[in-house]
Design a protein around this ligand. Structure first.
Ligand SMILES: [Zn+2]
Ligand SMILES: [Zn+2]
Ligand SMILES: [Zn+2]
Ligand SMILES: [Zn+2]
Length: 461
């Protein structure tokens, strides 16, 4: 049937109506999306981040480990971060996929070592999580004008760090409201996952950290004997001595903070911890954990109050409100880790001036690739030589395991692919085993939190 002239010109004469309808539909869609995000409970943003990272990992296992673009990105980041490497180590695909990941990590890492000034890029799996965090935050921000969305955010569907991000980016009135409700929620003593955001890796780290405890006593014993005795014990272990010092000191600090009550307990400024270390403290357990968590809540309260004061000002003062609340306070445990690495590297440098010690060092594990990359200034000759020698052998071992994965080598004995997957991280990035030598066998999947590398990847990252 022919369309009449009036029907054809009607939309042109009344464009506002159809645009309004579209805008309304968009608005409703955003609200539905925001409510859907919050439906799964704490935290809508953290969950999107973790699911997106899991999808990236799942797609890496199934497909993208063969794609040039992904391979290049994994090389640029010299492998995956410790948490995502641990996920792959515990996955059923580990025996055949880990050697391929190690190959990319070593290729990228040695290239970074040869080109000083090039920065190691962020773990691509974490980047997928960051992108999802950005999208989820945007979805919530766009729907904040809808009261049920705002109420959901305030009532515990979003963690405190993500509420803080929303408050700094929301319109003034909503920002103020979110900060006020977050301050009130601090009084309710909600769980650590609300205070610090959810952390899927926390349970896995907690099991690894318990392996450090016997070393705390060993270190004290050697320290009482002499500085050299402690140094020899540290470099004599089958792991990076800098990663060892880094994780050992954080474990000691958190155990002290968790268990010390009375006059010697941590002071206010010593109690501030980042999200990762708050989870580690909670997992450590002890009579003082509640007090340290309360101190961190109190510090958040102070920051939220100051944010509200700045928001109430004009001009430049108000502009400072967002950056102020988004800036991370200085974590005592992170500072302790940095200091331990600095002191251990200085001790290593001093010991290596003695030719006898330098020869001894030639028989040790040496520092990991991550610490070779972050070594301040030129590396002492023995440090450089040992690192190069260990990485050269690792190169051969990885090539050998990959060669044996080929069909035409099926008649040869398979060798120790699993051993390689376990011990190589101590040479590439000692954080994977929390600074310790490789465990005897692969970590069993956490029954409460199994590796999610088998989830469908229909929404490819
Ligand atoms: Zn969150
Ligand atoms: Zn990562
Ligand atoms: Zn290291
Ligand atoms: Zn920290």
């Amino acid at each position: 049937m022919p369309v009449s002239f009036r029907d054809r010109v009607r939309p042109l004469l009344r464009p506002g109506r159809s645009q309004r309808a579209k805008a309304e539909e968009r608005e409703n869609h955003r609200r539905r999306e925001a409510l859907h995000l919050m439906h799964g409970g704490l935290c809508a943003v953290c969950r999107e981040r973790d699911e997106s990272a899991a999808r990236w990992l799942s797609y890496f296992v199934m497909e993208s480990h063969r794609q040039e673009g992904t391979r290049a990105r994994v090389q640029e980041s010299a492998g995956l971060c410790p948490a995502h490497t641990r996920r792959l180590l515990a996955a059923p695909s580990s025996p055949w996929l880990m050697p391929q990941l190690l190959d990319l990590a070593l290729t990228g890492g040695t290239r970074l070592l040869r080109t000083p000034g090039t920065r190691r890029s962020r773990c691509p799996c974490c980047t997928a999580g960051d992108d999802a965090t950005g999208r989820a935050t945007e979805t919530l921000l766009c729907a904040l004008g809808h009261p049920p969305v705002r109420e959901g955010v305030q009532d515990g569907a979003v963690c405190l760090p993500h509420i803080a991000v929303l408050a700094t980016r929301a319109p003034y009135e909503y920002g103020l409201q979110l900060a006020e409700s977050a301050s009130a929620a601090l009084e309710e003593e909600r769980e650590t996952a609300w205070l610090a955001g959810t952390d899927e890796d926390a349970r896995i780290r907690a099991a690894l950290h318990r392996r450090i405890d016997p070393l705390l006593l060993d270190e004290e014993r050697h320290r009482r004997r002499s500085t050299t005795s402690r140094w020899q014990a540290d470099v004599g272990m089958d792991c990076c001595p800098l990663c060892l010092a880094e994780h050992r000191c954080a474990r000691r600090l958190l155990k002290w903070a968790a268990t010390t009550t009375g006059r010697g307990r941590p002071a206010r400024e010593e109690s501030v911890l980042c999200a990762r270390h708050l989870h580690d403290l909670a997992a450590t357990g002890g009579p003082n954990v509640r007090a340290v968590l309360a101190e961190n809540r109190s510090q958040w309260g102070t920051r939220l109050d100051h944010f509200r004061t700045l928001l109430g000002q004009d001009g430049k003062e108000r502009d400072r409100a967002g950056p102020y609340l988004r800036s991370e306070p200085r974590c005592r445990a992170c500072a302790e880790e940095r200091e331990a690495v600095r002191r251990q590297a200085a001790l290593l440098t001093a010991q290596l001036r003695d030719p006898v010690r330098a020869r001894e060092y030639g028989h040790t594990h040496g520092i990991c690739l991550r610490h070779a990359l972050s070594w301040p200034g030129p590396r002492p000759d023995p440090v450089q030589e040992v690192a190069e020698a260990r990485l050269a052998l690792l190169r051969w071992e990885i090539d050998e395991v990959l060669r044996k994965q080929a069909w035409h080598t099926r008649h040869e004995p398979k060798g120790a692919g699993t051993d390689l997957s376990l011990h190589a991280p101590t040479l590439l990035d000692g954080r994977v085993h929390t600074g310790l030598p490789a465990p005897a066998e692969s970590p069993p999947p956490d029954p409460m939190n199994p590796p999610r590398t088998d989830i469908p990847f229909d929404r490819r990252p």
